[in-house]
Design a protein around this ligand. Sequence first.
Ligand SMILES: C[S@@+](CC[C@H](N)C(=O)[O-])C[C@H]1O[C@@H](n2cnc3c(N)ncnc32)[C@H](O)[C@@H]1O
Length: 277
Amino acid sequence: MIRQLPKKTYPRPFLKWAGGKSRLIQQYIPHLPKNYKTYYEPFIGGGAVFFYLQPPAAALTDINAELITTYRCVRDQVEEVICLLREHKVRHNRDYYYAVRANSGNTELEQAARLIYLNRTCFNGLYRVNSKGQFNVPLGRYENPNICQEDSLRAASAALASTDIRQADFIDVLNYATSSDDFVFCDPPYHPISNTSYFTSYSQNSFNEKDQERLRNTCAELANRGVKVMISNSDCELIRNLYQQINFKIYPIAAARSINSNTKKRGIIYELLITSY
Ligand SMILES: C[S@@+](CC[C@H](N)C(=O)[O-])C[C@H]1O[C@@H](n2cnc3c(N)ncnc32)[C@H](O)[C@@H]1O
């Protein structure tokens, strides 16, 4: 008799996050460095590249405090997070969603379960807050949202077990990445390619041209130390100029199809993958 092996759940993002990289990873593979010891991701978001690489040592940071609390709780107390999510799952309906949305939670565990619950049930899995920092995305239209993906959360927890997770501005990476044993992947909020392009506010602070320049300077400093640096961004003049000035290599990556009401204007949108090596 053939014994049925349990289906293995591979670690993967447990949050939907704007700009998630899951679909682009195959195109990234040829550009990844062959050797490194410690992986740094200063704009972790949904963490698609981290979960794909599963590096033995990693430091993950993001400016979004709720997001970082959620990662830390999934790493350290995944069974408690699952327990709270089961309760959200049982009680989920329209009124319950808006009640949870209005109450940011007392403990870190409650905040983590709330973020995952809202992420699974809100419109398009968006993360958006108002000027007071309050989550304000409406309820999404899902028949049966997958609120508590237990196996996936446990697999993510195991992958995060030995990672260092902190809330910080990206510049903090300069305090840690110092040598050619280090690999830094930066996936910042993209520079908009046109005035009408879709823009998502990831946090209370938007990411402007000065920040793109600050990031470029940070990457230049890391490269001077011998650190391997890889950056993703939109394909536009500002970004190309910033990285051409420091002789980084620039590769176009075919991303999603554009959404245009005029079908003739729909086409593949390219974005950039930029490396120091
Ligand atoms: C494009 S998302 C990252 C997507 C992610 N790599 C993925 O695959 O799902 C950008 C992230 O940058 C974070 N962010 C914005 N400004 C930042 C800053 N100054 N320092 C660090 N993180 C920042 C946002 O909170 C957001 O999570």
